[in-house]
Design a protein around this ligand. Structure first.
Ligand code: PMP
Length: 358
């Protein structure tokens, strides 16, 4: 049997484990922040029609520049953006990898603030970019002063901010993004995968793009649009950033099927996003119920909640919930667990199972 050790693996990949939450076949799956609601009939019907038209043309490569999709995404985002500001790929993970390939790489550094999305340092490793962890406060908060101090100290080529932050759930005040953008010569990537779930009053970095040419906002159709299986993520930035990313993107990276499915979804934005309020209601129900049980709970602007496990036993609680048919996420923060807000029934199943463990 050949093992990884027998292969001429890059040194920085030795000993690493691939990213991935368990994909277990259990009744209630609340571990990957998917949207629990299946796509509405009207969107499915439109996709079927669009995909069958594309099927006949699969002998041809897709539009390499995905112009129609980027035009639709820009219209969805608003803020005076057009297709020249938008680039799309197979999930926002691919977008972030392209940004690291373009602006990071050997001899360059990316700065992030953990606990945050664990793919950011993994994508840095995969592109040979050094990773510096600027860390968040004990309350998981990130102040402008701390962020700017870390930027001045480490002089990164890229800064990763995540708002709402995964796994903690809370959105960043815009002052933090602006302070970082004003303090660095590098690129600032604001990962807004969960933007659509934010509580009222939250302002997002899209509004800053016209003023900061090195600011990039990444978004995804995997969460609010319930299109995780479709694999569509995108960025919004100055057109020069979109031009720069062309230097590393694979030709024809986004299949004609993906582009067509995403455009159909965007044509049914209202129907697809109609689940967002229902998800937010379950999120708030989880926050309120757990606080009522005196468990520590982080504020959430996302479709998930980070909470302190009973008696601080995150490993035991995770397993005990799984034994009761409820799969949530151990994000590797001792004492804490993350649960996705699902349907009312899924949320009830989670709350009932957790209550048994109090
Ligand atoms: N950013 C954050 C913060 C996420 O939580 C996720 C999904 N787990 C992603 C990006 C990637 O999502 P996708 O590649 O499906 O767009």
């Amino acid at each position: 049997m050949t093992s990884l050790d027998d292969l001429p693996l890059r040194d920085e990949l030795r000993g690493m484990t691939p990213y991935g939450a368990p994909q277990l076949d259990v009744a209630v799956r609340l571990n990957t922040n998917e949207n629990s609601y299946p796509l509405p009939d009207e969107a499915v019907a439109a996709m079927e029609k669009a995909l069958s038209a594309v099927l006949r043309e699969l002998n041809r490569y897709p539009d390499r520049d995905a112009v129609a999709l980027r035009t639709d995404l820009a219209a969805y985002l608003g803020h005076g953006l057009d297709q020249s500001n938008v680039w799309a790929a197979n999930g926002s993970n691919e977008i972030q990898q392209e940004l690291l390939q373009t602006f990071g790489g050997p001899g360059r550094t990316a700065l992030g603030f953990t606990p945050s999305y664990s793919m950011h340092p993994l994508l840095a490793a995969g592109t040979g970019t050094a990773w510096v962890d600027g860390r968040r406060g004990a309350d998981f908060g990130l102040t402008a002063e701390h962020a700017v101090e870390m930027v001045r100290r480490h002089r990164p080529d890229l800064v990763f901010l995540c708002s709402p932050n995964n796994p903690t759930g809370t959105a960043l005040p815009l002052e933090v993004v602006e302070a970082v953008a004003g303090a660095t010569d590098g690129m600032v990537v604001v990962d807004e995968a969960y933007a659509e779930f934010a509580r009222p009053g939250t302002v997002f970095a899209l509004s800053l793009i016209q003023r900061y040419p090195r600011l990039v906002v990444t978004r995804t159709m995997s969460k609010a649009f319930a299109l995780a299986g479709g694999r569509v993520g995108y960025l919004a930035a100055d057109p020069a950033v979109v031009d720069a990313v062309q230097l590393v993107r694979l030709p024809y990276h986004l299949s004609a099927l993906t582009q067509a499915a995403a455009r159909s979804a965007l044509a049914h934005t209202a129907a697809l996003l109609s689940t967002v309020d229902a998800v937010k209601a379950q999120r708030d129900r989880i926050v309120d119920t757990l606080r009522g049980w005196a468990l520590p709970v982080a504020d959430s602007d996302a479709n998930f909640v980070l909470f302190g496990a009973p008696r601080g036993d995150s490993k035991g609680t995770w397993q005990a919930l799984l034994d009761r048919g409820v799969l949530i996420r151990d994000v590797g923060l001792p004492g804490w667990l993350r649960v996705t807000a699902g349907t009312p029934e899924e949320t009830t199943a989670f709350l009932n199972a957790l209550e048994e463990l109090l």
